[in-house]
Ligand binder design. Structure first.
Ligand SMILES: CC(C)(COP(=O)(O)OP(=O)(O)OC[C@H]1O[C@@H](n2cnc3c(N)ncnc32)[C@H](O)[C@@H]1OP(=O)(O)O)[C@@H](O)C(=O)NCCC(=O)NCCS
Length: 174
């Protein structure tokens, strides 16, 4: 069942045309297309997005404009650290970037019931992805907390040598 996110963020224009809600399995197809269209994110199998939208919906989010999905964040609470939300992929359709949709999606998940016991948010970011670096540093600033950056998944862990390193960003405590 879909759950609509209540946004309690200063500066949000509540008259804007975007709806923030949990994904459902029926969104999987459109999420796969959104990720593909970014041309920078690793595109995983279509099955993985169906599975994510179905099984991890409580800690994930889509933004809908009309009938089109224009934003998606996949997240999960770490099995090894129940106080830590891991954010896996963040994508906003090119036509709607720069409107704080990514920042608002992250804040909405952090402020949701499912994350009431969350103290930290982690994500990995490639050093060349400036928008993503700005997004997570900006989130730490907005939440008035720290952002520490350490080695996450180094280049040598990936097969074939064709993948940039993924630095670990850790934001919190909240
Ligand atoms: C990264 C991405 C999700 C940002 O979405 P967005 O809705 O435009 O981001 P926001 O409007 O919330 O901006 C967040 C911050 O990033 C900054 N930012 C966003 N795009 C930027 C860009 N192209 N260059 C520099 N800074 C940028 C904003 O200025 C803002 O910083 P501030 O809070 O200090 O003002 C979007 O560009 C995207 O989908 N990119 C392709 C996929 C990707 O790289 N995903 C992230 C890796 S998981």
């Amino acid at each position: 069942m879909q759950k609509h996110y209540k946004l309690s963020i200063a500066g949000v224009d509540f008259n804007d045309p975007y709806t923030f809600r949990t994904p459902t399995v029926k969104d999987g197809k459109a999420i796969w297309q959104l990720i593909k269209d970014t041309q920078v994110l690793d595109l995983n199998s279509s099955y993985s997005y169906l599975l994510w939208a179905d099984q991890f919906s409580e800690t994930s989010i889509v933004v809908v404009e009309g009938t089109k999905i224009v934003g998606f964040v996949s997240g999960f609470i770490q099995p090894k650290a129940q106080d830590t939300l891991f954010i896996w992929q963040v994508a906003v359709d090119e036509s709607t970037r720069g409107k704080r949709l990514a920042s608002r999606m992250l804040l909405a998940i952090v402020q949701s019931d499912a994350c009431r016991n969350i103290q930290y948010l982690e994500a990995t970011v490639t050093p060349s992805n400036m928008p993503s670096i700005k997004l997570f540093k900006g989130l730490a600033r907005d939440l008035k907390t720290e952002c520490t950056i350490t080695d996450g998944y180094t280049e040598d862990l990936f097969p074939g040598g064709g993948h940039e390193a993924e630095k670990l960003f850790r934001i919190g405590p909240f």
